[in-house]
Design a protein around this ligand. Structure first.
Ligand code: S3P
Length: 437
């Protein structure tokens, strides 16, 4: 098991382009599989999670050819049936791979078994199994098919209208992907808008969707089954969730001046910027562009004083993956920060509420877990300590930022292999952007 030893830093400075977006890379590989023709993908995230999806896509009949380090071509099956996989499909640590692929598998006339690593096998699958069964898929698995491994006997499905109890892009995307080959119009209604990369990318592949925002914040997507996806060329924007670690480091370390280029700023992902704006923290946006239906910007971040933040409700899905990092930010903000309505954090790669509270306390933070969030008192000087990642990439990286902003002492973070799932170059980026004390 490897560890990181992090020293407090003076500042972060420089220009940097984040690696490709994880959510968008998964979707590019999956839609590439389903499309007619060859999809060219640039700036694909070559991290474990997305490589799992790519491997599964190949096991189902796509032809993948690498053009260079992060560019590849995926030739899809189009209207032909998916190939029945000769072996169990392993999603590793990746919830997105498991849940999105389940939708694809359920709508194909093949038998498959989907599994994952120890963490993924603990995570809830009923949320996708139940709607897929309602659409007519035969799914079996552990604990009444609520945990991986699951077996799926796919079928010609019937379209359903599904009102999801949680605002989850994985659930929404799973049902929409299943609906692509279902008879009739599939409709998904979510209580709040979750990330909409699937909707945007389906449109880039020529699929017609009907999208409505309800007055109470709920969101409705309708999709007619039987449409053909047409291959296209895509450049994956930089991952806002990876950029967020360096946004926070730059805000907290005096003297920082960081330019982040080519970062995706889809509003369903940038809740962190909304919260910062509500606390009078403003970043400069240098330009705006659009790639494959996704907005892309260059951001400039300099250190600024911070006030405590109140985070909950419809904002949560727009910053769900940034919450462990925002807990670090809140330790340095003046006042008491409350994060509520975020019980979903308990069923991520780890129980992120307990994990971040336990580990930041070891560094001197005043942080309390709540059933659905966190309460953090600031500003509190942090000190180096020996901490654990809980096998969770976002906990490991949030603790690394805490180690950089600590006033004194070295921070040792154990079990950091998990960072390979989303940001394999994190340590190199740290070395290139941080000015040592
Ligand atoms: C993701 C959706 C979110 C997010 C995850 C990636 C996606 O999960 O936390 O990191 O790519 O669709 P949920 O759908 O469980 O909220």
């Amino acid at each position: 098991m490897s560890s990181w030893r992090i020293q407090p830093a003076r500042a972060v400075r420089g220009r940097w382009r984040p690696p490709g977006d994880k959510s968008i890379s998964h979707r590019a590989a999956i839609l590439g599989l389903l499309a007619e023709g060859t999809t060219e993908i640039n700036h694909f995230l070559t991290a474990d999670d997305c490589l799992r999806t790519l491997h599964i896509v190949q096991q189902l009949g796509a032809h993948v050819e690498w053009r260079s380090g992060t560019s590849l071509a995926v030739t899809g099956v189009g209207r032909q049936p998916l190939q029945e996989p000769p072996d169990v499909l392993d999603a590793g640590n990746s919830g997105t791979t498991a849940r999105l692929m389940a939708g694809v598998l359920a709508s194909a006339p093949i038998f498959s078994v989907l599994t994952g690593d120890e963490s993924l096998r603990r995570r809830p699958m009923r949320r996708i199994v139940e709607p897929l069964q309602r659409m007519g898929a035969q799914i079996d698995g552990r604990e009444g098919a609520s945990r991986l491994p699951i077996s799926i006997r796919g079928n010609t499905l019937r379209a359903i209208q599904y009102v999801t109890p949680v605002a989850s892009a994985q659930v929404k995307s799973c049902i929409l992907l299943a609906g692509l080959r279902a008879a009739g119009i599939t409709e998904v209604v979510e209580p709040y808008l979750s990330r909409d990369h699937t909707e945007r990318m389906l449109q880039a592949f020529g699929v017609e969707l009907e999208i409505q925002m309800g007055e109470s914040g709920h969101h409705r997507v309708r999709l007619r089954g039987g449409q053909t996806l047409h291959a296209c060329s895509l450049t994956v924007p930089g991952d806002f969730s990876s950029a967020a670690f360096w946004i926070v480091a730059a805000l907290l370390l005096p003297g920082s001046d960081l330019i982040i280029e080519g970062v995706g700023v889809n509003p369903t992902r940038t809740g962190l910027l909304e919260v910062l704006a509500s606390a009078d923290v403003h970043l400069d946006w240098e330009q705006l562009d659009e790639q494959g239906g996704e907005p892309v910007a260059t951001l400039r971040v300099r250190a600024q004083p911070l006030r405590a933040m109140q985070i909950g409700g419809a904002l949560i899905p727009r910053l769900i993956d940034e919450i462990p990092l925002m807990a670090v930010l809140a330790t340095q903000a003046v006042g008491e920060t409350h994060i509520r309505d975020a019980a979903e954090l308990r069923v991520k790669e780890s129980d992120r509420i307990e994990a971040i509270a336990t580990e930041l306390r070891k560094m001197g933070a005043q942080i309390d877990p709540l059933p659905d969030g966190l309460r953090i008192q600031g500003p509190t000087p942090l000190h180096g300590a020996e901490v654990q990642s809980h096998g969770d990439h976002r906990i490991a990286m949030a603790l690394a930022i805490a180690g950089l902003v600590a006033q004194t002492g070295e921070t040792t973070i154990h079990e950091v292999e998990c960072v390979q799932t989303s940001f394999p170059d994190f340590e190199q980026v740290l070395a290139s952007l941080c000015v040592p004390r």
